[in-house]
Write a new protein. Structure first.
Length: 142
């Protein structure tokens, strides 16, 4: 029975280890950019919903009938977009990071045992939780 051919050879060396580290840091930079974008979407969505809710409540009675739910729906859509995009990016980061620690790459990764999760990963999880709380707050009109 033939064994599947390797795509390429991975030799443990200082140069390969530092190349691996650069790749891992590039993944983290991408996740940080996604978290920054998600924070902007979540914050802007929450602000739109809250600002227009206050504005409509103080508007003259004649203007209150002009679709008061539209700013709230826009805010919810922006918050949901931020949560969704950061969730997708976090899952992609997790899969790519696990791939870089598995198989042939384990020799150049330099990890023995359980891998350490980065602070960027934890920040992404916290931002997702804050986004969910903001979505629930706007949805429930708290």
């Amino acid at each position: 029975m033939d064994t599947p051919a390797k795509k390429f050879d991975v030799e443990p060396s200082a140069g390969n280890h530092f190349a691996w580290m650069r790749t891992q840091m590039a993944l983290e930079r991408t996740l940080m950019a996604a978290a920054r974008t998600a924070v902007s979407l979540i914050g802007f969505g929450f602000t739109v919903a809250q600002f227009f809710q206050k504005l409509i409540s103080e508007a003259p009675a004649g203007l209150r009938h002009l679709r008061p739910e539209t700013p709230r729906n826009l805010g919810l859509a922006l918050i949901a977009a931020g949560i969704f995009s950061l969730t997708v990016f976090t899952l992609q980061y997790h899969r790519a990071s696990a791939y870089l620690r598995s198989g042939d790459y384990a020799a150049i990764a330099g990890f023995g045992g359980k891998p350490m999760h980065s602070s960027t990963y934890m920040v992404a999880i916290v931002v997702i939780l804050i986004g969910v709380a903001a979505f629930v707050s706007v949805f429930a009109r708290l």
